[in-house]
Design a protein around this ligand. Structure first.
Ligand code: NAD
Length: 470
């Protein structure tokens, strides 16, 4: 049996509170790191079971689960609002994306089975034919963050199950309920329970799983500091790291200004800026800096901030009051270094108002580091080349965007920006769940996006038949 929330090994609980009003949303067991061997032994059993499921069975379970979640999408969305503080409109989108992620995973189970190897096309291969298959790795430890608490868990579970693996899933201790519900739905869809073992607990439990020799891969999404710790602890295992960003967006003077303003506002403040591909720095050609700024600030001030359950709300709370304190403190530090506030910079508990700054020094933390808050910086630039150089300053990246109607400028930006995805005439935070997704410079280990995660979660096995001696 998989470790379920009712198992006795866990005597303490993690209380989950609503980031907006502090009410209690639910609880899960806080499994002590001493419980790790029991979880791992359950997963060992799960690995045997999952690899013996036919591809049709794996695909069927994933597809069933997608259909069940589509049926109960609104319940999932409300749970995301309650535990993560996303607005209801954003939470509905996450639940829909989770359905897509599982459907793509079902397709991968059926489609991505291996390839013929063209032995006889090369010297030394005459009289041989064969293929490679995609085999499971075994046990995968999947560790997820608090933002996107449902779909980021699905991005690990879907491809892992499609590939025939068992998973030890450790969701964020701030938002474990959506992941727990997803696992319950997988069981309902027919997944043998030991294939996914829920490991709810704190960082120490995560570390105990990461250090286990039985674990073949750690698939981690979260912050750099945690990623670095995990890399030190893991030893000789596959690592997939989906870490932070600090997305730049370039706005050139020939663009459609209305589209640029609307997309940049959405990209900057979606999920209260707690979005790894959220727009953090906007580099605007000097000739349109003032009109862009005026419209951008007006559109930001028009956002409805507050109760995330209301369909009228655009920006809800941050995950905790502490996160809002940190966001405010980072802006205060930039102000001491000469930055100017154009709007926002007001805090009410866990709510930090959408904040627009200009004049931020380029050596300031807010320029160089991930803000992960509803804060965006405006910066005038004279040329595309200058914009690309400023955009590339941080030593890590995920996505970027550019607004222009000049195809050659867009393609020069696509070539020059050191990022893993560039969105042309769209916000930096556009993502389709089937596309390759991951970091570019420092910390770039692996790609998610169902097909790409599936390939990292499987290993080729070659079968070669010699026929020339018969
Ligand atoms: P975090 O790094 O604090 O925590 C992530 C997970 O790691 C949690 O489950 C936590 O309990 C666990 N953990 C903490 N210490 C650990 C340890 N020593 N060993 C094993 N597990 C440990 O991240 P967070 O604050 O929850 O999430 C925000 C971060 O995640 C941001 O930096 C954001 O950019 C990043 N993120 C990246 C992506 C992406 O796909 N690239 C997506 C979403 C979020």
């Amino acid at each position: 049996m998989g470790m379920r929330p009712s198992d006795p090994a866990s005597s303490e609980s993690i209380l989950v509170t609503n980031p907006f009003d502090g009410s209690e949303v639910g609880s899960v067991p806080c499994i002590h790191p001493d419980g790790a061997p029991e979880l791992i032994s359950s997963a060992r059993n799960g690995a045997r079971i999952c690899r013996s499921l036919s591809r049709q069975e794996r695909a069927g379970i994933l597809q069933n689960c997608a259909s069940l979640i589509a049926r109960d999408e609104e319940d999932f969305a409300r749970l995301i609002v309650a535990e993560a503080g996303k607005t209801i409109r954003q939470a509905r989108k996450e639940a829909q994306r989770c359905v897509t992620t599982l459907e793509l995973s079902a397709e991968e189970a059926r489609r991505n089975v291996g390839e013929l190897v063209p032995f006889h096309a090369y010297p030394g291969g005459r009289g041989r034919q064969g293929w490679f298959t995609r085999e499971p790795l075994g046990i995968i430890a999947a560790i997820t963050p608090y933002n996107d608490p449902l779909n980021l868990a699905a991005h690990k579970l879907g491809p892992a199950i499609a590939g025939g693996n068992a998973v030890l899933l450790k969701p964020s201790d701030l938002t474990p309920l959506s992941a727990t519900k997803l696992v319950e739905y997988l069981y309902q869809a027919g997944l043998p329970s030991s294939v996914v073992t829920l490991a709810t607990g704190g960082p120490a439990l995560g570390e105990a799983l990461v250090s286990s020799r039985d674990v073949r891969m750690v698939s981690f999404t979260g912050g750099f500091a945690t990623g670095e710790k995990i890399a030190r602890t893991a030893g000789l295992k596959r690592l997939a790291m989906d870490l932070g960003g600090n997305a730049p967006v370039i706005v050139l003077d020939d663009c459609d200004l209305d589209v640029a303003v609307e997309s940049c506002v959405s990209g900057s403040f979606w999920a209260s800026g707690q979005n790894c591909v959220g727009t953090q720095r906007i580099l605007i050609q000097s000739s349109i800096y003032e009109p862009f700024k005026e419209r951008f600030v007006a559109a930001t001030e028009a956002l409805t901030v507050g109760d995330p359950t209301s369909p009228l709300t655009d920006v809800g709370p941050m995950i905790t009051r502490h996160a809002a304190d940190r966001a405010r403190a980072a802006v205060d530090a930039a102000l001491r270094d000469g930055a100017r506030v154009l709007c926002g910079h007001r805090q009410d508990g866990s709510i930090y108002a959408p904040t627009v700054l200009e004049g931020v020094r380029l050596d300031c933390d807010l320029w160089q580091q991930e803000a992960f808050s509803p804060v965006v910086l405006l910066q005038p630039v004279d040329t595309l080349q200058e914009a690309i150089s400023l955009a590339n300053m941080p030593d890590y990246s995920l996505h970027a965007g550019i607004f222009t109607n000049d195809l050659s400028a867009a393609l020069r930006a696509a070539d020059g920006l050191e990022v893993s995805g560039i969105m042309i005439n769209d916000s930096s935070d556009y993502r389709f769940d089937g596309m390759p997704f991951g970091g570019f410079k420092y910390g770039s280990l692996g790609r998610e996006g169902v097909r790409f995660a599936y390939e990292e979660m499987t290993q080729p096995k070659v079968v070669c038949i010699r026929t020339d001696h018969q």
